[in-house]
Design a protein around this ligand. Sequence first.
Ligand SMILES: [Zn+2]
Length: 225
Amino acid sequence: MINTLVGLIFPNLCVGCNGVLLAAEQHICTHCIENFPETKFHTLPENQLEKAFWGRVNIERAYSFLIFRKQGIVQKILHELKYSNNPELGIMLGQIYGSKLREYGIGFDAVVAIPLHEKKQKLRGYNQSDCFAQGIAQSLQCAHLKNVVVRNKFTDTQTKKGRFDRWLNVGDVFGIETPDLIQHKKVLLVDDVITTGATIEACAHSILNYTPHLSVASIACVVNQ
Ligand SMILES: [Zn+2]
């Protein structure tokens, strides 16, 4: 009753279209979800995201849920995830995408997220990539591993160096703690947005020291049209 009254005074609005959400809807309305700009990369082996990693790092498959466009719904969603204290939205997106992967018989032993910089994690209180990872793991009924991949401490000072210096040290940016948890496992590495793929690449190299079965996924990526 109280919730209904609060809902009348302060209706929940869709992150995508600002329309009023129905009681059964959360964060994003059904219309926006049904019209998401999807990459469908999970249905396309050798898709353009996978090709972007060829010759750089040996991953099995690359998936991304949505196509990123400036000013579009995906930019609004990513903004909401980063700045509006809405971890549940990230989990929900992961659950939706996990269901789509499952429909195609895609599965993993474990899902891990690229860790945020420590300062950002403290500021935001959560890691949106990890929320997406959690939702995917729930839908695929596999392990969601936290704190396996860690950012090595010196990364902050490294970003002040030139591009070439950073490239030399790329293998040292991420460390693996408790490697037993991913040893020889089929792992999905998750990030929020893939643009150049440099972060995924660096992290993937660290994981590949322990298992050859690595795929990557993101909430969104930039695609060439
Ligand atoms: Zn909407």
